[in-house]
Design a protein around this ligand. Structure first.
Ligand code: BMA
Length: 412
């Protein structure tokens, strides 16, 4: 893919020359119009990305999210357009929109299976259609984030397999070359994530890329107990260096997201930084927190959980502030929404109590699995008739919370 990127660069340079000197028509939406122009010298932006050559749209998104801090938090949903609890097959539908009238502001997508050449991801989402949904969401002003439950290149099993794998993937490892081909599948996928702006200029869609998540838990092969801390760090750093420096992807914002259930709030920072790859490799100080919002294994009272929730958010906000980065609740939710008034009582009100937790830029809940197809109930956003529907509408209507229909321009 290096070849095609160099080609795009060269073609973009030709186009610019063409436009400036020859007055050619620049309205062409052909792939050769894709810009990889680096705005690193752009002094409008206070918040820098780990990629000093990130595209203008990518840097704008990061800074615009930073600019909303304390005033608004974006609401996101995984696989929102792909299926819902009681429907599938519609190309432009979302349980979130069925309830509120708006799509979520943040769209989460998942790559697991792409690395094996599958046509569909591990949850049955067709990758070509996923690219279309990403383009649709972006064209409506939404934010795209991507996670990757990668299969193990060592055992061939899924991401929940515990076979030690990471040591073989990093430079010097027996599966390093195979691992690069896995990453290449994302490079190829990303090639299809382009858009054309009003001036006819092609560009890559900014992506908040969130690999190797919840690594402080022991449920994934890249998780604690199946890999040394140093090897995990090497895995992350190699991933960034390969995509950014070797393959030249300029549209990625890197999100780091340990899991709250494995963090002791009394020593939040030291626990949070287990496996932290370094400020030059991370842009979003994220946290996956299901624990404090009613996780079935959490025996603490609701009030204790709310206090823990706020404390964990303050923790990431503080870490982000010191580093001039943004903080986000990268995953959260209450599976099957069994808690009445979950949205206001367990999410919104605790966040609104003090100024610090309000500094998080977005929150995202996980997917609404199609009950009939998956033959089990798993959902994190309400659907029409679900018991938290009215409470979710109250959450939606609150000025602090932004859904897609309420978004300011985030890419300029
Ligand atoms: C998990 C569950 C699984 C799913 C996986 C990847 O948390 O939702 O059903 O396969 O995420 O999306």
């Amino acid at each position: 893919m290096t070849t095609s990127f160099s080609f795009f660069r060269a073609a973009a340079a030709v186009l610019i020359t063409c436009g400036l000197l020859l007055g050619c028509d620049q309205q062409s939406a052909s792939p050769s119009a894709i810009s990889t122009t680096a705005p690193s010298a752009d002094s409008r932006y206070a918040h820098k990305l780990s990629d000093k050559n990130a595209t203008g749209e990518t840097l704008a998104l990061y800074n615009n999210l930073a600019g909303l801090r304390g005033k608004h938090m974006l609401f996101g949903h995984e696989d929102s357009l792909a299926y819902g609890v009681n429907w599938e097959g519609d190309l432009d539908r979302s349980d979130v929109r069925d309830v509120t009238g708006s799509n979520p502001a943040v769209y989460g997508w998942e790559l697991g299976g792409l690395e094996l050449g599958h046509e569909q991801n591990l949850d049955g989402v067709n990758f070509k259609q996923m690219q279309e949904w990403i383009k649709t969401g972006y064209s409506r002003g939404g934010v795209i984030t991507i996670s990757w439950h990668m299969y193990s290149p060592v055992s061939g099993a899924n991401s929940w397999d515990k076979t030690p794998t990471v040591h073989e993937l990093i430079p010097g490892g027996a599966k390093h070359e195979v691992f690069k081909t896995y990453l290449d599948t994302f490079v190829a996928f990303n090639e299809g994530l382009t858009a054309t702006d009003a001036a006819g200029r092609g560009h890559y869609i900014p992506i908040i890329f969130r690999p190797w998540h919840e690594h402080n838990g022991d449920w994934f092969w890249w998780g604690k107990g199946h890999v040394s801390e140093q090897d995990y760090i090497s895995l992350w750093q190699f991933t960034v260096k390969y995509l950014r420096d070797e393959k030249g992807l300029r549209n990625l914002i890197y999100a780091y997201s340990p899991d709250r259930s494995r963090i002791d709030l009394a020593k939040f920072e030291s626990d949070y930084f287990y496996g932290y790859p370094g400020d030059e490799y991370v842009d979003v100080i994220g946290l996956d927190n299901y624990w404090d919002v009613g996780h079935t294994s959490n025996t603490a009272s609701a009030d204790e959980q709310k206090a823990g929730f706020v404390s964990s958010l303050k923790g990431i906000v503080k870490i982000a502030q010191v580093r001039n980065k943004i903080a986000a609740l990268t995953e959260t939710g209450n599976n099957r929404l069994t808690i009445p008034n979950f949205w206001t009582e367990r999410i919104l009100n605790p966040i609104l109590v003090g100024e610090e937790a309000q500094q998080i830029t977005y929150m995202m809940v996980w997917r609404n699995a199609n009950t009939a197809r998956e033959k089990s109930e798993q959902f994190f956003a309400p659907y029409p008739g679900q018991q938290t529907e009215e409470d979710f509408k109250t959450f939606f209507a609150h000025p602090f919370v932004l859904f897609e229909s309420e978004l300011p321009k985030l890419y300029e």
